[in-house]
Design a protein around this ligand. Sequence first.
Ligand code: ADQ
Length: 474
Amino acid sequence: MSRLVVVSNRVASAAGPAGGLAIAIGAALKGRPALWFGWSGERTARFDGALCVRRVGETEIVTVELEDADVEEYYNGYANAALWPLFHSRTDLAAYDRSFSEGYARVNRRFAAALRPLLKPDDLVWVHDYHLIPLGHELRALGFAGALGFFLHIPWPAPQLFMTLPHHRNLVAAMFAYDLVGLQTEECAAAFASYVLGEAGGAARGDRLFAFGRSLTARAFPVGLDTADFQLLAASPTAVRTCDRIAAHGLFRSLIVGVDRLDYAKGIPERLQAFEHYLQAHPDMARKVLYLQIAPSSREAVAAYQALGDAVLTLAGRINAAWAEIDNAPVLYVNRNLSRAELAGVYRAAGVGLVTPLRDGMNLVAKEYVAVQSPEDPGVLVLSRFAGAAAQMKDALIVNPYAREEVADALDEALHMGRGERIRRWQSLMDGVTRCDAQAWRDAFIAALREARRKAAPGQSDRHVDWAARSLRG
Ligand code: ADQ
């Protein structure tokens, strides 16, 4: 079996909060020889490429430390203040400083130089997410000629939005170093192809795209959950205790839960406003429901995130001020991480999973909520049409997260839905969550990567030199 080499900005750590990407990759690495390379999350005075190596099961985890300027320009800058907002259709929040793109190119070169000596010719290299788009190009420039795949966890934007990025063409040119580009949904794959065909003068044959003198396969691979593992967690004593604690407060089934990183793409203020509207329309429900929003802070060094924390606090406070009684408040806002076992218990107790991002590559919370429901008495998933998950989870109550009345109506429908319909909808959702799990996602991607490598023009990976000189700045 070829070794799988996974590269992502951060690798999973025992201490840090787990985001969707680390959860998905952790599941995909299970049960095969692998190397996981990334930033340790630590800073060093001067980057020296020193490697820290540890082993967890069959996975060798190799990390490097970054300098302050790297973290500011590459991570907080280009990745999280330019690409993240742009790819989530928030061009109003995108900051396109030249220093950011320089830092981004520099860190990708540094990652490639540190990783290249560790690679064997028959490794399958799988690069993850928007932090590392040009990494494949840098690895080719250093002579790596093996299979090279890339997966984007966040949405690919419409061409008109993508073109607001300075030197957008060079970012896509760099992607043609990969044999396979995976996206979350058909819609994202189509948006990527549309740019290549319309703006880069490319051509298409099926899912094979030709541009910049090279070719790649671009396809949708919707990310899945480690469903069996999460179900085991839901049966753990911590999860059962958490669920029982909620039930003891008389909240079983009348609990509405939202779980998100505190991020503007997740639509938390809009969700609170929808809940406020629901209470205004159904004042009798103020004593009967509790909306629990769990949202740990993230990316606090980026300005847009600081304002968001304040907005959520203000809205939660405003709703409680208007609707609370001396022994009851309708909103509970928890601004910290829970363990995954506690989370599983909360999901199981909640009658409604309220997942209403304004834009999301996939959204694993929707799948986690479904995975741990009781088959005899399941809760109802209310899901944004702008989450990638909506393409797969059609039996959720699908809503427009910008339309507070529509979300409020869906909440009412979910809270009053009869058991028969809840079971029917849940069963269909659960079939999908079981079938399209993280292992299926990994296997499909790896099979497609091998196939795409075979289809690459003979000697394609050696012909990087004519365009390897391009910098991201053009
Ligand atoms: P994220 O934006 O991080 O992931 P998501 O897919 O919802 O979004 O994953 C979040 C993960 O963090 C979930 O597993 C959730 O349980 C966990 N989490 C969130 N809040 C938590 C809390 N308070 N305590 C403990 N755990 C918490 C990115 C993309 C998504 C895509 C994933 C995977 O933005 O669109 O689905 O990658 O590809």
